[in-house]
Design a protein around this ligand. Structure first.
Ligand SMILES: [Zn+2]
Length: 362
């Protein structure tokens, strides 16, 4: 792909995700090694071992610092007045803790927006809203995102012209979104392993919708292969094929978000998927693309899991989105995919329990 095509591809694909996301609502790095603490305490208390203990403590601290330094960054900027840092961070930490092999540096921005002003935002399916964050907050956020991009290894590796173009182009649209109170719920792929998550949430939106969207967009940032292109990914994961697999990208994000939110709230993630799948069917019919693709896609993905064609764990740990299997395996000619796309809505609610009708599982 030449440079123009690359940018075009990323723009189109990110647009697909954004459109799909905007249509529907859409941790533990610091775990303390208790044994090491005890070892260190014991060493300090034993005078003849002081030097050894200190050496060990230093070595442990260095090992931990090295491990932390090598992990991709997940940074949050919370400008929301509705949701605490604690709540949003807990969801970030819980999400990140599930992922098997993280590659991307992520910065995620949450902010409130007020009444819709009805004006379109440039090149995006967003609209202008009353701005509820201060000019200083916008300025500081812009500076933080720019610095994040400038210090990112993937972006540093781009040629000078492309690097400058990427950073300036991204910052221009991010600035517009913040200054115009855009209802931006999206994940921007600034580079293959550099992702920027936006969650501009109307203050009137329910807690459930805002927090699920927060996790949904974060999952997109954790889906490795959606920002890869040949030769980094095999050539069969081309533009056309990638566009066709949008339902799986969206369904995966919703599947994950329903489970993470459910775990956070003490609910059942599977029930949430069935409940909203059935709701989509009742509102929009059995077409996979007729309702919000995220919710219908999640139900289709669940059907693939129950048919034994996809592993639940591969969705939750993100490994389903590392090698473009959404194109190489789960393409439209896959018999299970055909059934999942046509039968995702065959959901029943019997005696207080959701399940797929037996006909969908044959
Ligand atoms: Zn999405």
């Amino acid at each position: 792909m030449n440079k123009f095509n690359t940018i075009f591809f990323l723009a189109i694909f990110s647009l697909i995700i954004t459109v799909a996301c905007s249509g529907s609502p859409d941790v533990m790095d610091t775990a303390i090694d208790k044994q090491k603490e005890l070892d260190a305490a014991y060493g300090k208390a034993t005078s003849e071992m002081v030097n050894d203990a200190k050496a060990k403590t230093d070595a442990d601290a260095k090992t931990k610092a090295d491990a932390d330094a090598s992990k991709p960054i997940v940074k949050m900027i919370n400008l929301s007045t509705k949701y605490s840092d604690q709540t949003l961070q807990a969801l970030v930490d819980l999400s990140v803790s599930k992922i098997a092999d993280r590659k991307s540096n992520i910065i995620a921005i949450a902010y409130d927006i007020g009444a819709n002003k009805g004006n379109s935002i440039t090149d995006m399916p967003f609209e202008e809203h009353e701005v509820l964050i201060s000019k200083d907050q916008i300025k500081s956020t812009i500076n933080t995102i720019r610095s994040f991009l400038e210090n990112d290894e993937c972006i540093k590796d781009l040629g000078e012209e492309e690097r400058k173009g990427t950073i300036d182009g991204e910052m221009e649209r991010f600035t517009e979104w913040l200054e115009k109170g855009a209802d931006a719920t999206t994940q921007a792929q600034a580079c293959a392993t550099t992702r920027v998550v936006f969650n501009g949430a109307p203050t009137t939106q329910s807690e459930e919708d805002t927090l699920k969207t927060w996790v949904h967009e974060l999952y997109h940032a954790l889906q490795q292969d959606i920002a890869l292109e040949p030769p980094a990914i095999d050539s069969w994961c081309d533009e056309e094929a990638s566009q066709k697999s949008g339902w799986l990208v969206e369904g995966g994000a919703d599947y994950f978000a329903q489970h993470i939110y459910a775990e956070y709230k003490g609910l059942n993630g599977l029930d949430e998927i069935f409940k909203y799948g059935l709701q989509s069917f009742n509102e929009s019919g059995a077409g996979l693309y007729d309702g919000g693709i995220a919710r219908t896609g999640a139900a289709a993905l669940r059907l693939l899991v129950e048919r034994g064609a996809v592993k639940h764990d591969s969705i939750i740990d993100g490994s389903l989105f590392q090698k473009c299997e959404r194109v190489s395996v789960y393409h439209d000619n896959n018999p299970d995919v055909k059934i999942a796309k046509s039968s995702w809505s065959e959901i029943q609610y019997v005696y207080g329990k959701y399940s797929f009708k037996p006909s969908a599982l044959k």
